[in-house]
Design a protein around this ligand. Structure first.
Ligand code: GRF
Length: 226
């Protein structure tokens, strides 16, 4: 008789700057048993944000490393890195973490740091993605999960969800629909990583050993095939 041992959860640290609705999606997926991760800590660069309350309500350790307390990015990132590493996570998750990170910091976590971005990368890296999508008149918009590399929002893409832009969309209505998709694709990508199916090598992403296309997996296709 063969027996399979239940999968050991990986340890993750989640970095936030605000509302933490993506964090909540990760907490919910973890609590429902879908996601084999232990959230070892939630770290925010802003005090008093809703995301910290969400973490506390879920019984998760929280820390604040306030960027305003540090003279420059290097010193801030060094403190942040020390704080993260004190939890020895297998994966660092940027869930609405709104700071540009220094090269040394990013290199320290290469291949073990994922970010969610509210646009179909490589379109609209950076800020104000919904406004820019509306201004440019694109018909499709969406969200991307990608590994973090030193190129801001330029790391290899794991998963994307796209949606139609409506003629009467505002930045707010579009943001709300994109956020719903973020809450689906982020836990999915983290699950693949936790299961050891998602790997990063030489700036490329592999799922089950197969290299992913430049725009990652399309969430709609993934759902259709599973
Ligand atoms: C999300 O749209 C994320 O993609 C962006 O900031 C927002 C954070 O939302 N970087 P929340 O804090 O997870 O609710």
């Amino acid at each position: 008789m063969t027996s399979t041992s239940p999968q050991q959860p990986i340890s993750v640290v989640v970095l936030i700057s605000g509302s933490g609705s993506n964090l909540q999606a990760i907490i919910d997926a973890t609590n429902s048993g879908e996601l084999p991760v232990t959230i070892s800590a939630v770290i925010s660069n802003r005090p008093d944000v809703k995301g910290l309350q969400r973490a506390q309500q879920a019984g998760i350790d929280t820390r604040v490393v306030d960027h305003k307390d540090f003279p420059d990015r290097d010193v801030f990132d060094a403190e942040l890195q020390m704080c993260i590493d004190s939890f020895s996570p297998d994966l660092v998750i940027l869930a609405g973490f709104m700071r540009i990170l220094t090269e040394g910091f990013v290199e320290h976590y290469t291949g073990r740091m994922l970010n969610i971005h509210p646009a179909l990368l490589p379109n609209f890296p950076g800020l104000n993605t919904h406004e820019r999508a509306l201004e440019s008149g694109v018909e499709q918009h969406g969200a991307s999960v990608h590994f973090v590399t030193t190129e801001v929002d330029g790391g290899p893409i794991v998963l994307q969800a796209s949606l139609a832009v409506y003629a009467d969309d505002t930045a707010e209505t579009l943001a709300a629909r994109v956020l719903e998709q973020e809450h689906l694709i982020f836990p999915q990508a983290i699950k693949w990583y936790a299961e050891g199916r998602l790997t990063f090598q030489d700036n490329h992403v592999y799922l089950d050993g197969t290299q992913l296309p430049a725009t990652g997996i399309d969430y709609a296709d993934d759902k259709a095939n599973n």
